[in-house]
Design a protein around this ligand. Structure first.
Ligand code: SF4
Length: 365
């Protein structure tokens, strides 16, 4: 390992000047290189992968990414597609606002930028759903712009590297860390250097500087890491505000009937554009069992079959789902139930469904 050298002037903080060269060298030798969204400078493909990878693991994105590109190979095709189709392809990835913004962003690229993504991070950031870190990733990977990403993983790496003790739940320390990230960038990098550096930051956060078990013994920047030097790795990053999860129970009415060809159909409605499962299709949801019973047609209560409750974690909520199955005949009306339509069990893959709903319906099909 090279000896640590520091640059004293960066907001009064000593920055290791060897960080960038060490990271680039390591990424070229040991970093990830065969992922389907690498080795391209096509902003559409890079943007799509960046959005999918927010809060979703690489192993999951690996199956969604090619499917999405098969259906929407260009930003123009995505802009012209229907939001329902986008939601169906996104179904199971979670954080569905990403999919809605993806669609809106594609339309903005077509209508406001002539079908070409802007080529700087500042201008990319004006598009729907593109935050500062995603904009930086696109600009660095596709255009070699000297700008730093700073997603959750990179915040962790840099706060440990610099023993940065600002509270990352607060805006000012977040800004300070952003400036430090910019100061750590390689000086006068080539396009390829920026690709290796940006990918290196991602790889280090995802494979070495892990949240609970950092692999310091095989870390390429161990010699310049201040948290490691002071044996305080677990102290960083500092974040005081912890996520408060609310617990909520939902009652789901799974109405099911046999179609004339013998296949099953389910009664599904489109969820409102805001809130949990926004824009997805789901069975009627009720806040409690009494409300569900009140919505049922006379005489149907005794036919309800309670199914196994399911727990479902979201960022801010812990949902307990209570499904109740009601089998009806073709003649029975749906009066009283929220608006919806019959969806065939054989076409569920074409619909944007929340993951637990998809599992429940699959078990009944
Ligand atoms: Fe993270 Fe350890 Fe590497 Fe420091 S030495 S950057 S704490 S993995």
């Amino acid at each position: 390992m090279k000896a640590a050298r520091s640059l004293p002037q960066a907001g009064g903080r000593a920055l290791p000047v060897t960080f960038a060269p060490l990271l680039i060298e390591w990424q070229r030798q040991f970093g990830r290189s065969g992922l389907p969204w690498q080795n391209t400078r096509d902003p559409y493909r890079v943007w799509l992968s960046e959005v999918m990878l927010q809060q979703t693991q690489v192993s999951t994105v690996l199956s969604y990414y090619p499917r999405f590109l098969d259906r929407f190979p260009t930003v123009g095709a995505l802009a012209e597609g229907s939001i329902d189709e986008v939601m169906a392809l996104w179904s199971g990835l979670g954080y569905y606002s990403r999919a809605r913004n993806l669609h809106r962003c594609a339309q903005a690229v077509m209508s406001e930028h002539g079908g070409a993504f802007p080529d700087t991070a500042d201008r990319l950031e004006t598009l729907p759903g593109i935050g500062a870190s995603t904009a930086a990733a696109i600009a660095a990977f596709c255009h070699g712009q000297r700008v730093s990403i700073l997603d959750g993983n990179v915040r962790r790496v840099l706060s440990r590297l610099l023993a940065f003790d600002g509270d990352l739940a607060q805006t000012q320390p977040q800004r300070e860390l952003w400036h430090l990230a910019q100061s750590l960038l390689p000086s006068a990098p080539s396009r390829d250097d920026m690709t290796a550096y940006t990918q290196g930051l991602m790889d280090l956060g995802a494979t070495v500087c892990l949240r609970s078990k950092p692999q310091c013994s095989r870390c390429p920047v161990q010699s310049v890491c201040q948290a490691h030097a002071s044996d305080q790795v677990q102290r960083f990053p500092v974040k005081t505000r912890r996520l408060q999860r609310r617990f909520e129970s939902w009652w789901l009415l799974l109405v099911c009937r046999a179609a004339s060809d013998g296949s099953q159909q389910f009664w599904l409605g489109r969820r409102p554009d805001r809130g949990i499962w926004a824009g997805l299709y789901a069975p009627p949801v009720f806040p409690d069992e009494a409300a569900l019973h009140a919505a049922l047609m006379t005489g149907a209560h005794q036919d309800l079959v309670p199914l196994e409750p399911v727990s479902h974690s979201l960022t801010h909520r812990e949902l307990r789902l209570h499904p109740l199955l009601l089998r009806v005949t073709a003649e029975q009306g749906m009066a009283g139930l929220p608006e919806g339509q019959w969806v065939s069990a054989t076409s569920l893959a074409d619909w944007g469904l929340p993951a637990p709903v998809r599992q429940m319906l699959a078990a009944l099909s």
